[in-house]
Design a binder for this molecule. Structure first.
Ligand code: 5GP
Length: 345
């Protein structure tokens, strides 16, 4: 039966300014407490093979965020990556739902890992439930279990009931994701975060963050942490080599590869081929070199701190409590981007 509800994403809304009693943006706190652990910054690096390897994990751990190592290597290599990253408090690992998943979990937890992410494209599923229950039974409360991805209250509630400590939210919002155009499924990310945050578990908003404002809006909508893929792509800390291309202007520019984990390229690399009954739900791109990830993270944190003072929020949790969203029109959105003109001067 057709039931039409409205879904909104970051660009459909603005946060409404409210009274601020904080003297300086330097005085707000960006730290968040998630499942009993404190993170100095509410940012996580995505467990994609072109985003979080050892260097990105080291960087995110040093910043006090959460680094989730990707799982597209052998169990032994994953353990070596974890050991090289050297920070069990801020570095987690990922597993899928195959049998390999539990073996991977066992090896990484034996190596000292405390954070595991059960990560599949459609997390509201029996298999994910089974994986979470098996992890919970084996390791009781000693580990933090992140599970996803979901985009509905029902999905988040299902994962919480299975024993997940943290819910990862986002279906089809990623910068290299084509799930929505291949399948017609998904929930605009702001609505997904709002809905999933109604479940009594911390939420990681994953996918669709393209500028600092989106991170502020995700946190204000109820997320405790924001995961970044595309924004970190092409930075020095990402896995992969830079290569040079000559632009039309004759200028030389460095690039790096960035790809969706469900892209044809990634599937061929990890499974030898993409089965012929499947369609790719991601794309592979060349992105320009962006320099150190530090600059991008600093810009995001600057936006988050400033955003907090626009509604007088001392802590991220105050931002959620005080935030008032306003739905805007396309003209409102255009007005909010640089549009200086000399046409009427
Ligand atoms: P971004 O920050 O680039 O907008 O989103 C990153 C997120 O996109 C990842 O953390 C992951 O959840 C999602 N993602 C990564 N690769 C793919 C893919 O190939 N297909 C889909 N549907 N989502 C992907």
């Amino acid at each position: 039966m057709l039931s039409l509800t409205r879904g909104l994403t970051f660009d459909d809304v603005l946060l409404v300014p409210a009274y601020n009693g904080i003297r300086s943006r330097g005085l707000v706190s960006t730290s968040v407490k998630i499942a009993g652990r404190t993170f100095a910054i509410p940012l996580a690096s995505s467990n994609m093979d072109t985003i979080t390897g050892v260097e990105m994990a080291q960087f995110f751990a040093a910043e006090g965020g959460l680094a989730l190592l990707h799982r597209f290597v052998s169990v032994e290599e994953n353990v070596a990556m974890f050991k090289a990253a050297g920070n069990p408090k801020n570095v987690g690992f990922s597993i899928g739902i195959g049998d390999d998943g539990l073996a991977r979990a066992e090896a990484l937890i034996a190596a000292g890992a405390e954070i595991v992410c059960v990560d599949v494209a459609h997390g509201h599923s029996k298999e994910v439930n089974r994986a979470i229950r098996r992890l919970r039974e084996s390791y009781k409360q000693n580990i933090m279990i992140i599970a996803g991805n979901v985009a509905t209250y029902a999905g988040a509630d299902y994962l919480a009931a299975a024993g997940a400590d943290v819910i990862k939210v986002g279906i089809g919002s990623g910068s290299v994701c084509t799930t929505r155009i291949k399948t017609g499924f998904g929930v605009p990310q702001l609505t997904a975060v709002v809905e999933c945050s109604k479940v009594d578990r911390p939420v990681i908003a994953d996918g669709g963050i393209k500028q600092p404002a989106d991170a502020v809006k995700a946190l204000a909508a109820g997320a405790d942490m924001v995961m970044l893929g595309g924004m970190l792509s092409g930075t020095d800390e990402t896995p992969g080599e830079f290569f040079e291309r000559t632009l039309v202007s004759g200028e030389k520019q460095k690039f790096k590869r960035f790809r969706g984990m469900a892209s044809r390229e990634a599937q061929e690399d990890f499974m030898g081929q993409m089965q012929d009954w499947k369609t790719a739900e991601g794309v592979a791109l060349e992105v320009r070199a962006k320099g150190p990830a530090k600059a991008i993270v600093a810009d995001l944190l600057g936006g988050i701190r400033s955003g907090m003072t626009y509604c007088g929020a001392q802590e991220i949790r105050d931002l959620k409590r005080k935030a008032q969203f306003m739905e805007i029109t396309t003209s409102g959105r255009v007005e909010g981007t640089p549009h200086a003109t000399d046409r009427y001067l």
